[in-house]
Design a protein around this ligand. Structure first.
Ligand code: AMP
Length: 241
């Protein structure tokens, strides 16, 4: 068995979140990933950080194999009401969706994701501006290589990272969907992720130049929130099929 490490980066400009990134790597790739994350922190369009923390931590439990979501573009250009119908068809209420859209368009960018009750739209985590950060996730390298040759149109770091995170979130019991808008002012494509419908790209989620963005995970009623947060933040997950 490989010795796996969790490598995480968090960069801020005083109190403002600039960039974050995380992955799991075998010991031999720590150097390469630290370099990549440091470059990512210092080349973000949200600004040049005043602080950049990189944490390296050994993983002591076996990695759990999970499935990659299928990408679809079906709802890319649909009008807002069709998008609402699509998202609410997953068991997410219109109120919860409204709450999510409001949160993702507010200027208080979270470093992680907000957990919202899929029916009432109430915020379920108590993590304020930090939110829940999914950290221990990676691709099986041969699997990713094969996927990139099958889907060259999606083979770039941004989509690969988002798809990794969305697949991890969709593997969590109790989460029925995820809505994401990037906080990068130059990138306006977001997505809705779900174990049922896959990874659906949605263009023009915000206007060019806007710094808002974030992630919302919609949680079924009666879900154990502590267990959900522990799974998302601690469980080492490997996308390999
Ligand atoms: P990005 O996709 O990097 O533009 O991130 C957009 C937003 O998603 C960030 O501002 C965070 O609020 C959230 N986010 C990014 N990475 C994670 C993660 N690993 N876990 C939870 N939320 C995240």
């Amino acid at each position: 068995m490989n010795n796996w490490y969790s490598v995480r980066m968090r960069a801020s400009l005083h109190d403002k979140h600039i960039s974050g990134g995380e992955t799991l790597v075998p010991a031999t790739r720590i150097h390469e990933v630290v370099n990549y994350l440091q470059q990512k922190a210092f080349s973000h369009s949200r600004g040049v950080p005043t602080n950049c923390h990189i944490t390296i931590e050994a993983i002591t439990e076996p990695l759990v194999p999970i499935t990659m979501l299928k990408v679809n573009e079906t709802h890319c250009h649909t009008p807002l009401h069709a998008l609402t119908d699509f998202i609410t068809s997953h068991g997410i209420s219109e109120i919860a969706l409204k709450q999510a859209i409001q949160l993702l368009h507010a200027n208080t960018n979270l470093r992680g994701a907000a957990l919202l009750h899929a029916t009432t739209g109430a915020r379920l985590d108590l993590l304020a501006n930090r939110g829940v950060r999914v950290t221990r996730i990676a691709y099986d390298a041969p699997f990713l290589e094969k996927w990139c040759t099958q889907f060259p149109q999606y083979a770039n770091a941004r989509i690969e990272e988002a798809l990794l995170l969305a697949s991890a979130v969709a593997s969590c019991d109790g989460i029925i969907g995820e809505l994401c808008i990037s906080d990068d002012p130059t990138y306006t494509t977001g997505y809705f992720g779900s174990a049922v419908s896959g990874y659906t790209r949605i263009h023009h989620m915000k206007k060019q130049g806007e710094e808002c963005g974030g992630r919302v995970f919609f949680v079924k009623g009666n879900t154990d929130i502590e267990e959900t947060i522990t799974y998302l933040q601690q469980k080492p997950l490997l996308v390999c099929r």
